[in-house]
Write a protein that binds this ligand. Structure first.
Ligand SMILES: Cc1cc2nc3c(=O)[nH]c(=O)nc-3n(C[C@H](O)[C@H](O)[C@H](O)COP(=O)(O)OP(=O)(O)OC[C@H]3O[C@@H](n4cnc5c(N)ncnc54)[C@H](O)[C@@H]3O)c2cc1C
Length: 466
């Protein structure tokens, strides 16, 4: 066990980059840790290596990350790429895996900026080869310039559908259709937030432009899609769905060898859970998130969370929350006074508040309908252990009334993904079967390692401690 720096920042996305940069500029001894090979997080993934043509294709939002990368390099912060954090405890001891070797390091302050993950939503056929998460497909585009060769159908909910459809069209991919699942009733939910959303920057304008660009390219956008199903024998061959227009329901079938799905993103909470941090159910996001104060401080002393890991706010708000967490860490470590922290934070607080104005509108407009949160009996929910929604319902009816009891009985959540793919679906199925709010269903308990470690790596770790 060794102490290498006073502040550890986990995650080199916009939140972590801003936090580590400002902390180093304020004189803190800081190390920025990320499991990716280069900095940028999800939005600016592989930006440093991307050829100019790919950067042009991905657009201005992607290019914007360059300033953050430059600032990190000149800040003096230490940066550890290809390093995953597999454990964190309440004493701020991190278990890391770097160059194949595991180690434990203790820090005085920790900022978790681990971002979000795509919300896994099981539907009939979602495990067929050829069905893939849209964000994962976009990672292939950003990091390797790879796109679906035979064209694709894009389905799900939210702005990423429009963004990636447009990026694909610019890359010459045949997008056969965009299927948006948010029901028309969501517009009524979202309407009261519209005025505030227009004051939140250019997001709405961009959404309208992307929609117009996609339609102009001749790609049909179907709204209010339900009954989404992927069909195929060993590989997806077609997508079935019902679209709901003003003139009523219309059942459709599209031939395709690729379906890319996206149902929004949810905060990654494993590390903070492992450290014993408190979570809160977010009704508008329909998921758990970490309970934090305005600086990002969690219920565990010395551990803060910044960016999407604390609640979905997008890249710009992540930058501001990263800076706020850095100011709080600098103040806790005595590098600046509380008065200096407050003075230096004014601009970030104001900008973040402005940037977040769009969120209530987006959360209401892109609220996932119950049909997608609670799959039918035959659908596999836990991919690792191949457990269906029907088995989970039967377990609840037999008296296993809590997601953790369901986990012990059926092993869902105990496979290689450690529940990342099924935790939210299990909670929604338990809540629907028992007819209680999802907030009343305790999330899966998290125990390290939160990502796979080999026995050899663990054994070497214990020898290093002796
Ligand atoms: C797949 C995906 C694609 C997206 N694409 C876009 C897009 O094109 N445009 C857009 O505007 N928004 C996009 N978003 C949303 C956007 O990424 C976020 O709003 C923004 O990046 C949040 O910034 P962040 O710093 O909080 O987290 P992120 O940018 O997600 O960065 C988190 C970083 O933490 C690292 N990390 C997490 N856990 C660990 C660990 N245990 N050990 C080590 N490192 C860890 C990850 O490798 C990652 O680099 C996307 C989100 C996802 C999930």
């Amino acid at each position: 066990m060794s102490k290498s720096a006073r502040l550890a920042v986990i995650g080199a996305g916009p939140a972590g980059l801003s936090a580590a940069t400002l902390a180093a500029e304020l004189g803190l001894d800081v190390v920025l840790i990320d499991e990716q090979a280069s900095p940028g997080g999800q939005i600016y993934r592989a930006l440093a290596e991307a050829p100019a043509k790919r950067i042009d294709l991905l657009g201005d939002d992607y290019r914007r990350g360059r300033a953050l990368l430059r600032a990190l390099h000149t800040s003096g912060a230490e940066y550890w790429p290809d390093t995953s954090v597999w454990s964190l405890d309440q004493n701020r001891t991190l278990g890391i895996l770097r160059a194949g070797r595991a180690a434990m390091l203790q820090f005085e302050q920790v900022i978790i900026a681990g971002g979000a993950m795509e919300r896994p939503v099981p539907f009939p056929g979602w495990t067929l080869p050829g069905v893939m998460n849209l964000g994962a497909a976009q990672i292939l585009l950003k990091s390797a310039g790879v796109v679906p060769a035979g064209g694709t159908v894009i389905a799900g909910v939210g702005p990423l559908l429009l963004l990636v459809a447009r990026q694909y069209l610019r890359a010459g991919v045949a997008v056969k259709a965009v299927l948006e699942i948010s029901p028309r009733s969501n517009m009524l939910r979202a309407a009261p937030h519209l005025l505030r959303a227009t004051a939140g920057g250019s997001y709405l304008r961009r959404g309208v432009k992307y929609t117009a660009d996609i339609m102009r390219a001749g790609v049909p956008i179907h709204y209010g899609v339900s009954r989404l199903r992927a069909h195929g024998d060993r590989h997806i061959e077609s997508v079935e769905f019902a679209s709901h227009g003003w003139r009523g329901r219309c059942d459709r079938m599209l031939a395709t060898d690729s379906l890319l799905v996206h149902f929004g993103v949810t905060p990654r909470t494993s590390l903070v859970c492992a450290a014993g941090g408190r979570l809160a159910w977010d009704t508008s996001l329909q998921c758990w998130r970490t309970q934090v104060d305005q600086w990002g401080n969690t219920s565990v002393d010395g551990i803060a969370v910044a960016g999407d890991a604390a609640g979905i706010g997008g890249a710009i708000s992540a930058e501001h929350s990263g800076r706020l967490a850095a100011l709080a860490a600098a103040s806790s470590l005595g590098h600046i006074t509380a008065a200096e922290r407050d003075r230096l934070s004014h601009a970030d607080i104001a900008w973040r508040r402005k940037d977040l104005r769009i969120r209530p509108f987006l959360n209401a407009l892109y609220r996932i309908p119950p049909e997608f949160l609670v799959p039918d009996d035959a659908t596999i929910v836990c991919r690792c252990e191949e457990i269906t929604a029907g088995q989970i319902r039967a377990a609840v009816r037999e008296g296993h009334t809590d997601p953790n009891q369901v986990k012990f009985l059926l092993r869902c959540g105990m496979g290689p993904c450690q529940g990342r793919q099924c935790a939210s679906s299990v909670a929604h199925i338990v809540s629907a079967t028992r007819q209680i709010p999802a907030a009343a269903c305790a999330p899966f308990r998290v125990r390290p390692p939160i990502s796979p470690l080999s026995i050899e790596q663990l054994a070497e770790l214990s020898m290093a401690d002796e």
